[in-house]
Design a binder for this molecule. Structure first.
Ligand SMILES: Cc1cc2nc3c(=O)[nH]c(=O)nc-3n(C[C@H](O)[C@H](O)[C@H](O)COP(=O)(O)OP(=O)(O)OC[C@H]3O[C@@H](n4cnc5c(N)ncnc54)[C@H](O)[C@@H]3O)c2cc1C
Length: 360
C-alpha cells in the first residue's frame, strides 16, 4: 500500500489550502473528503480581505475574482428597535467579497488537485489507527496510510473525536442558511441584524441571490425562520441548511503526528466573518510544519513552532470574537451598542476596521 507523506481529512478551505501547499512543497498529499464537490456549506459566504494574501500564495486569487460574486461596500448593523449604523468597508482589489461556497471551495480543491495532491471525494473517514504511520479507514471499507495526519474536517471533527480530543459539544445555538432571491435595491452591503430571538446576517452573493443566515437557539430558531419568511417573502417550502454548535472549545492544533486546522482546531464567532481566513492560513502554516517533519526536522520543536504561529494568527483578535459573541447571545445588549454607535460611531468603525484589516 502507498504510504502518503500526509493525509488530510476534509477538503474545505483548510484542507485544500493545506493539501495544495504540501503538494507545492513536493510532498505526497492525500485529501479524503466526505462530499462530492461542488457542495454548499452553511456560511455567510463573505471573504475577509485578509484571505487575499493566502489566495495569492495559492495562485488562485484571479480565479476567485472571476467567480460570480459581489463586492461588498459597507456593513450595516441594525438593532432590534430598527436603529441602523453603516460602516464602510475597504475598497479596491483587496476588498471584502461574497461568493458562494460551492464555487469558492471547488476552486480551492481543484487547485490542490492541479498541483499534485490526490483527492478522494465521497470518502468518509470512520476509523484511525497509529502504529508509526497512520492507518485511515473509510465508510466504504478502503484504507490509506500516511506518515502525518491532518484534521481539516470542520467543527464536528471526526479526527478529533477519534483521537479523543473533541470537546464536549454544547448545543447552545444553531444556524440556518439559505440562498434566496435578492430583494430589489438590496445594494452591496452586509446586513447584521439583531432580532429578539438571535440575529440574521445577509449579503448578496451575485446579481440574483442573497445569502441569508439565521442564528438562534433551538427554541427560537423556528421563530427566526418565520421572521425571515415574512421579511423576505420566502416560500414556506424553502430548504435551509443547518449547523451546530456555533461555539466550541479549541482543540490543541499540534500533536505527536496529527495537526488540526480551520474549524477542526478552533471555531470562531460567525458574526465576524473570519473563519475562512483562519482556515486558509492555518492550512498554509500546517503545510510548512509538515514539510519540515517529513524532511526529518525535530518533530517537537516543529510542532511547538506551529502552535506558536497559530496563536500569533489569532493574537489580538479573539477579544473581538468574545465581544461579538456577547452581543449576539444577548441581542438587546448588541442593539444598545448599535444605538450608542449612532451617537458615537468611532468604536464600531474601529472594531470593523480591526476585523477586515490585518494591519491594525
Ligand atoms: C452561520 C455561519 C456563517 C458563517 N459565515 C462566515 C463568513 O461569512 N465568512 C467566513 O470567513 N466564515 C464564516 N463562517 C465560518 C466558516 O464557514 C468556517 O470557518 C469555514 O468553513 C472553515 O473551513 P474548514 O475547511 O475548516 O471546514 P469546513 O468548511 O467545514 O470543511 C470541512 C470539510 O470536511 C469534510 N468532512 C467532515 N467530516 C469528514 C469525514 N469524517 N471524512 C471526510 N471528510 C469529512 C466536510 O464534508 C467538509 O467539506 C460561518 C460559519 C457559520 C456557522
Amino acid at each position: 500500500m502507498e504510504i502518503f507523506d500526509v493525509a488530510i481529512v476534509g477538503g474545505g478551505p483548510a484542507g485544500s489550502s493545506c493539501a495544495a501547499f504540501c503538494a507545492l512543497a513536493g510532498l505526497r498529499a492525500l485529501v479524503l473528503e466526505r462530499e462530492k464537490f461542488p457542495r454548499e456549506k452553511v456560511c455567510g459566504d463573505c471573504l475577509n480581505p485578509s484571505c487575499w494574501s493566502v489566495l495569492e500564495h495559492l495562485g488562485v486569487a484571479q480565479q476567485v475574482r472571476a467567480l460570480p460574486h459581489s463586492k461588498l461596500e459597507s456593513v450595516e448593523f441594525i438593532g432590534i428597535d430598527g436603529h441602523q449604523v453603516i460602516v464602510d468597508l475597504p475598497n479596491g482589489e483587496q476588498c471584502e467579497i461574497s461568493v458562494k461556497r460551492c464555487l469558492f471551495d471547488d476552486v480551492l480543491l481543484k487547485r490542490a488537485c492541479d498541483v499534485g495532491a490526490q483527492i478522494r471525494e465521497e470518502t468518509t473517514v470512520t476509523s484511525l489507527a497509529n502504529n508509526g504511520n497512520w492507518k485511515i479507514e473509510t465508510a466504504t471499507g478502503e484504507s490509506f496510510s500516511a506518515q502525518v495526519l491532518v484534521g481539516a474536517d470542520g467543527r464536528n471533527s471526526t479526527v478529533a473525536r477519534l483521537c479523543n480530543l473533541l470537546p464536549h459539544p454544547t448545543r447552545e445555538r444553531v444556524a440556518l442558511q439559505a440562498h434566496v432571491p435578492l430583494p430589489q435595491n438590496f445594494g452591496r452591503r452586509i446586513v447584521l441584524q439583531f432580532l429578539p430571538q438571535g440575529y440574521s446576517g445577509q449579503a448578496p452573493v451575485n446579481d440574483a441571490e442573497l445569502n441569508l443566515c439565521l442564528v438562534g437557539t433551538p427554541p427560537t430558531i423556528s421563530e427566526l425562520r418565520q421572521w425571515a419568511q415574512r421579511h423576505f417573502q420566502i416560500a414556506p417550502d424553502q430548504s435551509w441548511r443547518t449547523i451546530t454548535p456555533l461555539t466550541r472549545s479549541p482543540v490543541p492544533c499540534g500533536h505527536e503526528n496529527v495537526l488540526f486546522v480551520g474549524d477542526a482546531a478552533r471555531v470562531v464567532e460567525p458574526f465576524t466573518g473570519e473563519g475562512i481566513y483562519y482556515a486558509l492560513r492555518s492550512g498554509e502554516l500546517a503545510a510548512a510544519a509538515i514539510s519540515k517533519i517529513v524532511r526529518g526536522e525535530d518533530r517537537h520543536s516543529v510542532l511547538r513552532a506551529f502552535t506558536d504561529a497559530c496563536a500569533e494568527m489569532y493574537r489580538g483578535r479573539l477579544w473581538i470574537n468574545r465581544l461579538a459573541r456577547a452581543a449576539v447571545l444577548w441581542p438587546r445588549v448588541g442593539s444598545m451598542f448599535v444605538r450608542a454607535a449612532q451617537i458615537q460611531p468611532t468604536i464600531l468603525k474601529l472594531l470593523t476596521a480591526k476585523v477586515v484589516s490585518r494591519e491594525l
